[in-house]
Design a protein around this ligand. Structure first.
Ligand code: TYD
Length: 245
């Protein structure tokens, strides 16, 4: 393989400056509308915004999305691996490079979807599925995860297109994924914001904006402090005794 064939990747490690935010929730809860509204607001503030999604945020991801959502039956483990493959490539080629530039990255679904849908929905085990995604992404977690919470029967009834493999998975499956999202959010309120997705679009957008504004104020302040940390000047070379005489 020549260097030309190497994909543009950014090495793992703490993302420089950028802020990574994910949106989660059941099908039909309104994630894409809220991402669009937040992206418009952030862009108006002069921020670079990258709005993306899983599965399907890359060219390879679009093929994986078609396979996992509209292809033949696959086993639960194959399904989990397809989502993890999509995520790994998405993080390496889209998310990390954008964070390294200082962008705000908004993703429609991330690792918590796998934990809820494959870990709990498909009963593969939340911890194992989480470990798989953490391995795939070299440990990248969002700074903020917005959970749009809604009764799945209401969300699924809002969908207009013919249902994909996951949307056809049944009421009990979707009830399990909702519970999984809520339990995960309750366990980490620093990362999660839970929003009642039955409220109006504008009310939800205002709640999300308030939380994002507070997060950005904190990260901007931390960046400003980092800029003030000056490298210590090199110690003066020891005066060579008698060298100047
Ligand atoms: P999404 O793109 O939100 O659906 P749509 O655009 O059709 O509204 O997500 C596609 C489906 O994939 C959704 O039912 C949730 C499921 N999914 C998982 O099961 N695991 C995952 O890791 C991800 C990212 C999505």
């Amino acid at each position: 393989m020549t260097d030309d064939a190497v994909l543009p990747e950014t090495p793992a490690g703490p993302p420089a400056r950028g802020v990574f935010i994910s949106f989660e929730g059941g099908d039909g809860v309104g994630k894409s509308t809220q991402i669009r509204l937040l992206a418009d607001w952030l862009t108006a503030q002069g921020r670079e915004v990258v709005a993306t999604r899983e599965p399907g945020g890359t060219t390879l991801g679009l093929e994986l999305r078609a396979a996992v959502l509209h292809g033949d039956h696959v086993s639960a483990r194959t399904e989990a691996l397809l989502y993890a493959t999509d995520r790994s490539h998405h993080v390496a080629t889209v998310v990390r490079p954008a964070l390294a530039r200082g962008a705000v990255v908004l993703t429609d679904r991330y690792l918590d979807s796998s934990v809820a849908y494959q870990g709990d929905g498909r009963a593969l085990g939340a911890q194992e599925v989480e470990r798989l995604s953490l391995w795939a992404t070299e440990g990248l977690l969002p700074r903020l995860t917005v959970l749009l919470d809604l009764d799945p029967t209401v969300g699924l009834a809002r969908l207009t297109a013919s249902p994909d493999r996951l949307e056809r998975a049944g009421a009990e499956f979707h009830a399990r994924t909702r519970r999984a999202f809520l339990e995960r959010a309750a366990g980490d309120p620093v990362r999660w914001l839970v929003v009642d997705a039955s409220r109006s679009v504008e009310e939800i957008a205002a709640q999300v904006r308030a939380r994002v504004e507070a997060l950005l104020a904190r990260t901007d302040a931390a960046d400003a402090v980092a800029d003030l940390v000056v490298e210590p000047a090199p110690a003066p070379a020891a005066h060579p005794t008698g060298a100047s005489r």
